[in-house]
Design a protein around this ligand. Structure first.
Ligand code: Y12
Ligand code: CO
Length: 175
């Protein structure tokens, strides 16, 4: 399965993803292909809607203390729901669908998430630190929310101007 990353301002990023009901070969192929494109793109988290599949599916591969990503740390979440949130934290976030833009975003420090794995088994995880931030970022994607939606009015305006300019330059370079 060949996937491409959908980039802002593509309207598909605003779609609400649907719950997964079948834990079949198609789902496994989607998860495998998402991992391939995420690693190829130097990502640490990816939601299915970012590759144009409006399914409640996300993957995470948080780097270790040596900043290395291991497949052993890959987390696949299907139909995730945050059941508990506490505290506050700020992190400079980036997103494969909003290339070359990073900004401080406030999130909950600790969360508890109920989800299913690729075979439909129910799982519960308590997360904090970068994992907690990444899960919240990716679950937002499943609801059509991007991290840039959390910027102040003035910061968002500045972003829109800078992003449009960067996109124009990118187009000219590809001509
Ligand atoms: C903390 C904050 C946000 C997340 C969500 C997952 N985000 C990513 O995986 C972002 C990846 C990313 C990768 C980029 O590519 C390179 O660095 C080579 C990138 O740069 C460009 O697009 C030029 C931007 C974002 C998880 C945890
Ligand atoms: Co993102």
């Amino acid at each position: 399965m060949q996937l491409n990353i959908v980039e802002y301002p593509d309207s598909r990023l605003r779609e609400k993803s649907k719950a997964v009901e079948k834990f079949d070969k198609d789902l496994h192929e989607l998860l495998d292909a998402m991992y391939t494109i995420m690693m190829k793109s130097n990502g640490i988290g990816l939601a299915a809607i970012q590759v144009a599949h409006a399914k409640q599916v996300l993957i995470l591969n948080i780097p270790d203390e040596e900043d290395e990503q291991s497949i052993d740390d890959l987390i696949e979440m299907v139909n995730p729901v945050i059941t508990h949130k506490a505290g506050e934290t700020t992190y400079q976030e980036g997103c494969l669908s909003v290339p070359s833009f990073y900004e401080d975003i406030n999130r909950f420090e600790t969360i508890t998430v109920n989800y299913q794995d690729r075979d439909g088994n129910t799982k519960i995880i308590e997360a904090n630190g970068l994992l907690s931030i990444a899960i919240q970022h990716e679950i937002d994607h499943l609801n059509g929310i991007l991290f840039i939606d959390k910027l102040s009015y003035s910061r968002r305006k500045k972003f829109e101007k800078e992003y449009k300019k960067a996109q124009k330059e990118k187009k000219l370079q590809n001509k």
